[in-house]
Design a protein around this ligand. Structure first.
Ligand code: SF4
Ligand code: SF4
Length: 374
């Protein structure tokens, strides 16, 4: 069996967040907080080295990374790992919080090359303090952040976030770096981005898939370039309750359309999911393994998952027109798990162990995918 030369992985640095955004796709709050540890990330990197692979990592999603006190050390470790091709960190920034400010300072210091470590500050209008938080962090980044950095906005219909952003930019003498916006000019923007970030669009998951359009800005006084990327709000997590109309871009199981790129999502608990962009990534029944397992086994399990999905894609209407329902394969897995759960609850657990909730579903899914779908 050959294993991929490069692996794309999204890691949830934590699942906790105190920002309370009403659109949070991860449903993040302070209940049941779990941070990923340096030890777990180290285990992942060792596995990648063992199979002679390289990795594109995104530290994004799940919660606010600045709330994990090990963030600077995690970033340092990933940065110094030879197999890291590139990695990015997305944070909503700090506001009146010296601990988080110091943590961010240490984090950016630990990864000085912006071509290897892409720092992204996110901005969205679904939080009353978003603009204040953004401004405080943006000021810090202009003065002492990485040489170049990114701003990532999420837009919803009737959003004025870009005009508010431009007003703030003017205040700090940050101006549009106009390359134009027709098709040809947009191509030139991409070429320019490639030059600045030495970016491979074919292979950078964040750039290639998530972003709708990119604009460059420049701060001549501080000699900094800022890339503003925009993505649509998608109806996941708490965003599902928003009144504005949204349609998900994830029409089919993303594990399939990203088959070419081996892609995993790892939650802050250290569990693997088959893809980084699936609407069901936070459902425990989709866990395909943990960081304690050999990575070859996880890659194989993902292949099995994708192979089975390909057989179903033509027949399942929900793959084309999903309303956050489960598709056939997941429905099948879940039905089987439910049946097993009923049996177990009636008959008791033969091993005498107490396995509940998340652990239970994770174990059942591992067994199902590994033993039956093969
Ligand atoms: S969107 Fe980000 S900042 Fe807002 S609550 Fe969710 S994790 Fe926190
Ligand atoms: S429900 Fe399952 S099969 Fe459907 S998109 Fe999500 S992970 Fe893929």
């Amino acid at each position: 069996m050959t294993y991929p030369k490069q692996i794309h992985i999204n890691i949830d640095v934590t699942n906790k967040c105190d920002r309370n955004c009403i659109h949070c796709a991860s449903n993040s709050d302070l209940k049941n907080p779990i941070d990923i540890s340096c030890e777990k990330v180290e285990r992942l990197l060792k596995e990648i080295r063992r199979i002679n692979s390289t990795v594109f990592l995104s530290l994004t999603g799940g919660g606010e990374p600045l709330m994990n006190e090990q963030l600077p050390d995690i970033v340092k470790m990933v940065y110094n790992f030879q197999g890291t091709k590139k990695f990015s960190l997305v944070t909503s920034g700090f506001l009146d919080n010296d601990i988080e400010k110091k943590r961010l300072k240490k984090t950016v210091k630990n990864a000085p090359d912006y071509k290897k470590f892409k720092f992204c500050l996110s901005l969205h209008s679904f939080n009353s303090k978003a603009m204040e938080r953004f401004e405080e962090t943006f000021k810090f980044l202009l003065d002492s952040g990485p040489k170049n950095f990114c701003v990532k906005t999420t837009v919803a219909p009737s959003d004025d976030i870009h005009s508010r952003l431009e007003k703030l930019f003017e205040k700090y003498k940050v101006y549009p770096f106009s390359i134009g916006h027709d098709v040809w000019q947009r191509f030139k923007t991409r070429v320019f981005t490639k030059k600045v970030y030495d970016e491979d669009f074919e292979n950078d998951s964040l750039v290639g898939f998530a972003h709708l359009f990119d604009y460059w800005y420049v701060c001549p006084d501080k000699k900094k370039l800022i890339l503003v990327s925009t993505q649509f709000l998608s109806p996941q997590g708490r965003a599902k309750n928003l009144k504005c109309k949204m349609f998900s871009m994830h029409r089919a199981c993303s594990a399939i359309f990203r088959e070419r790129l081996t892609d995993f999502h790892i939650d802050s608990n250290g569990s693997y999911f088959p893809s980084g962009y699936c609407n069901t990534k936070t459902y425990p029944h989709m866990t395909i393994g943990t960081l304690d397992e050999k990575i070859e086994r996880i890659i194989d399990k993902r292949r099995i998952f994708v192979k089975n999905m390909l057989g179903l894609i033509i027949s399942d209407k929900r793959l084309y027109d999903r309303k956050n329902d489960l598709c056939s394969l997941c429905s099948k897995i879940k039905a089987e798990q439910d049946a097993l759960a009923t049996k177990l609850i009636k008959g008791g657990d033969n091993d005498g162990r107490t396995i509940t909730g998340r652990t239970y579903w994770a174990e059942q899914t591992r067994q199902y995918i590994w033993n039956k779908l093969e």
